[in-house]
Design a protein around this ligand. Structure first.
Ligand SMILES: Cc1cc2nc3c(=O)[nH]c(=O)nc-3n(C[C@H](O)[C@H](O)[C@H](O)COP(=O)(O)OP(=O)(O)OC[C@H]3O[C@@H](n4cnc5c(N)ncnc54)[C@H](O)[C@@H]3O)c2cc1C
Length: 457
């Protein structure tokens, strides 16, 4: 049992804030993005700097507390918070420094992607990330990171040059290709298993204004569009990216009123080649005559934040995911069947392509195993109303079960809720054994276990 003196000494050692149940900021501080997750930690430490992180890790270890690490709080399974234990919250450490000469970007361990996009855009650079700007840099990166730039520049981890981190024993280390290279291999896909990352060093890519946005077609055309998309995207040049989606059209501009609240299928595009060539590149795509076409030149940060408004924090989310190599016609039949029953406005299915540059990295080069998959599939039941929890969860489970037999095994760890060890092993394939060994070397006592956990072995 912690005594008050220990807590007081810990508080006195910090430049940041220590929040306890009963404090005015506690209720807000414990909340995560997915409101299906409600956890009540004993302590939340909002670290101001690396010294605070070192003090927090030491305190958590010495007091034998369950320790969760939090950056953006977006994790599917709510793994940025825990019951009773200590939350190490890095959200105050959200600096971004761009080196325009070296084209590198240094990012604090608590930053959000919108912080990075804002800072890099001024220099005509971008770091490959996801499709929503409010997600945390740390959780997304450590799990792999897939989004609009994946076909052109790879996953987020493929653009990571180094991390600085605090290990379970309190040491502060750098991991890169040259220093602690085993640790650097493991953090590129292995999640928060190995320590608290206090800073990331990324390669910035030359991305400024892209040609992108959504196109939608009626659900009656979904099977044909999905077949066309399947064949198109695996052969498309690396600078053409498009993820496939089922959505209910939100009743807001710029969507034409006649489509409001209609279930439709869509592709959200991001072309990163020369803008003057974009119209020509999109000529064959436009032959598919989308009912809604909102694609055009758009600054990269604007595309990144296009859907932020549709997905504010605080809703109920039930997540199911898989990796997918091929999309046979029978799988497409199942997809369309379940799209017809999308239960709520925000519920959706996305197929994110992870081929192109992301797919050409060798399987053993980083902890991320499924380099041969063409897509990451995610099915999410989403709604603001807690009373819809059962309905959206049942829909997502049912949909996923129908498609799972066509999947490649394993799922992107950042899209998983609590699915057990077998699923984690399937996700890492033959990389799992090496990950378990590295975990034993750097965190033998499994201090960092509020994550998709790799047991030390
Ligand atoms: C609306 C939405 C859209 C998304 N879109 C995408 C997408 O396009 N592409 C994509 O790849 N993913 C996407 N994701 C998934 C996202 O990558 C994960 O939810 C990720 O875990 C979020 O990171 P976070 O830092 O916000 O999470 P948090 O909940 O803060 O943390 C998640 C986990 O990451 C680890 N962690 C966090 N910070 C640190 C740190 N500093 N050091 C060590 N470990 C740490 C911990 O283990 C923690 O349990 C999306 C999620 C949401 C909710």
């Amino acid at each position: 049992m912690m005594n008050d003196d220990a807590i007081a000494a810990f508080r006195a050692s910090l430049r940041g804030e220590l929040i306890e149940p009963g404090d005015a900021s506690y209720e807000e501080a414990r909340k995560v993005y997915n409101r299906m997750i409600e956890r009540r930690p004993r302590l939340i430490v909002r670290c101001a700097d690396v010294a605070d992180v070192m003090a927090a890790v030491k305190f958590g270890r010495e007091q034998k507390l369950l320790v969760a690490i939090r950056c953006g709080g977006h994790n599917a399974g709510g793994l940025g918070v825990c019951d009773d234990g200590l939350v190490i919250d890095l959200s105050r450490m959200n600096y971004v420094r761009v080196d325009p000469k070296k084209k590198t970007v240094q990012v604090g361990g608590g930053a959000l992607w919108r912080d990075v996009d804002h800072a890099t855009h001024a220099f005509g650079l971008a770091v490959p990330s996801g499709i929503i700007s409010t997600t945390g840099v740390a959780g997304l990166t450590l799990g792999g990171g897939l989004g609009y730039l994946a076909r052109r520049y790879g996953l987020t981890i493929d653009n990571l040059l180094a991390v600085e981190m605090v290990l379970a024993d309190g040491r502060f280390v750098t991991a890169s290709a040259k220093e602690n290279s085993d640790l650097f291999w493991a953090v590129r896909g292995g999640g928060g298993n190995f320590g608290v990352v206090t800073s990331f060093l990324f390669k910035g890519q030359p991305v400024h204004t892209v040609y992108g946005g959504p196109m939608f077609w009626p659900l009656e055309d979904a099977a044909e569009m999905m077949r066309w998309y399947r064949d198109f995207i695996v052969k498309a040049p690396d600078d053409v990216y498009g993820f496939f989606a089922f959505h209910t059209i939100p009743p807001v501009a710029p969507f034409p009123e006649r489509f409001h609240l209609k279930k439709m299928c869509g592709i959200v595009w991001c072309y990163t080649g020369p803008i003057k060539k974009a119209e020509k590149v999109f000529k064959p795509i436009r032959k598919k005559a989308a009912a809604i076409d909102l694609v055009g030149p758009i600054p990269h940060p604007a595309l990144q934040s296009l859907f932020d408004g549709l997905y504010p924090p605080g809703m109920q989310w039930y997540w199911k995911a898989d990796f997918v190599r091929t999309l046979p016609d029978e799988a497409i039949v199942q997809h369309v069947k379940h799209a017809e029953t999308l239960p709520t406005l925000q519920s959706t299915m996305h197929l994110y392509p992870i081929n192109g540059v992301a797919g050409r990295v060798k399987r053993g080069a980083t902890a991320w195993w499924h380099r041969d998959a063409n897509w990451t599939e995610v099915i999410v039941g989403v709604d603001p109303d807690p009373a819809k929890k059962e309905e959206i969860s049942a829909w997502a489970k049912e949909y996923w079960s129908a498609l799972h037999p066509y999947s490649a095994g394993g799922a992107y760890i950042n899209f998983m809720m609590d699915e057990g060890e077998e699923r984690i092993r399937a996700t890492y394939g033959k990389n799992y054994k090496r990950l378990a060994k590295i975990k034993k070397r750097y965190d033998p006592g499994n201090l960092f276990r509020v994550n998709q956990n790799i047991r030390p072995k």
